[in-house]
Design a protein around this ligand. Structure first.
Ligand code: OAD
Length: 231
């Protein structure tokens, strides 16, 4: 087996489920309660910005109260103790990887940041954003959460694709494989010759594309997987 020096890990909402944050597509998940086109598209924000702020204000409040679970802790331990490189890429906007002490690449943005729709300036979001918030740089209204919506380009893609093309091991944790480009990362890594593993509660849409699948709750499977990598 190829020696593992470079690891890329992709996380999704499933890693935060046991911290009490709802996923998007599991039964009763966020997309069963809200229409994507209303709260997670630029068009939805243009139509009804107050509704979009209410949605993300509620999520920001929940995320602020949530604490990392053993899966987040284990990934922070891996990043600190692995002798090679560990790039942690997350689709999550909840900040729990950072609370656990890890450094994550936020491809879908962060709830804790605000973005000016007029001049693209970014700043720390207040706990509650509103339609009257103005940009501290250009003074315009139209401040939005710094999260990536459907129809927008995820952040840091060049850096992520570079890492996928040179990694030896790619792992996807708690993500349904339904949203691109993240769902295509396994294919990128496989083409680069990396071993691939999926850790998920159940089979995902992309399970067939991985070499290995570890079934179970992330709080149990991820610490064991990290122990093996550090052994
Ligand atoms: P999803 O809600 O689509 O998928 C969550 C995945 O986590 C599912 O495959 C579950 O089986 C798994 N899961 C649930 N609980 C788990 C647990 N305790 N341990 C391990 N796995 C568990 O969430 P994402 O894949 O993150 O984007 O969704 C991707 C993107 O779609 C999000 O970033 C968001 C969403 O729309 C935007 O808003 C742009």
């Amino acid at each position: 087996m190829r020696q593992v020096d470079r690891i890329v890990i992709l996380t999704g909402a499933g890693i935060s489920a046991e911290s009490g944050l709802g996923t998007f597509r599991d039964e009763g998940g966020l997309w069963a309660q809200h229409r994507i086109e209303d709260v997670a598209t630029p068009e939805g924000f243009a139509r009804d910005p107050a509704r979009v702020h209410r949605f993300y204000n509620a999520r920001r409040e929940q995320a602020a109260k949530a604490t990392p679970n053993p899966a987040h802790d284990a990934l922070a331990r891996l990043q600190a103790d692995f002798r090679g490189e560990v790039m942690l890429v997350t689709q999550n906007v909840d900040g729990l990887h950072e609370k656990a002490g890890a450094t994550a690449v936020h491809m879908h943005g962060e709830l804790s940041r605000a973005l000016c729709a007029a001049c693209a300036h970014r700043w720390d979001a207040p706990s509650e954003m509103s339609v009257t918030d103005t940009c501290p740089k250009c003074g315009m209204t139209g401040a939005r959460p710094d999260v990536v919506w459907f129809g927008e380009m995820p952040y840091h893609m060049e850096r992520i694709l570079d890492a996928l093309q040179t990694c030896d091991l790619f792992a996807a944790i708690g993500t349904s494989g339904q949203v691109y480009p993240a769902a295509g990362f396994v294919e990128e890594a496989r083409l680069a010759g990396a071993a691939t593993v999926e850790l998920n509660l159940a089979d995902s849409d992309m399970t067939h594309a991985f070499d290995d699948h570890v079934a179970g709750p992330a709080s149990r499977t991820v610490p064991l997987w990290v122990d093996r990598l550090l052994a």
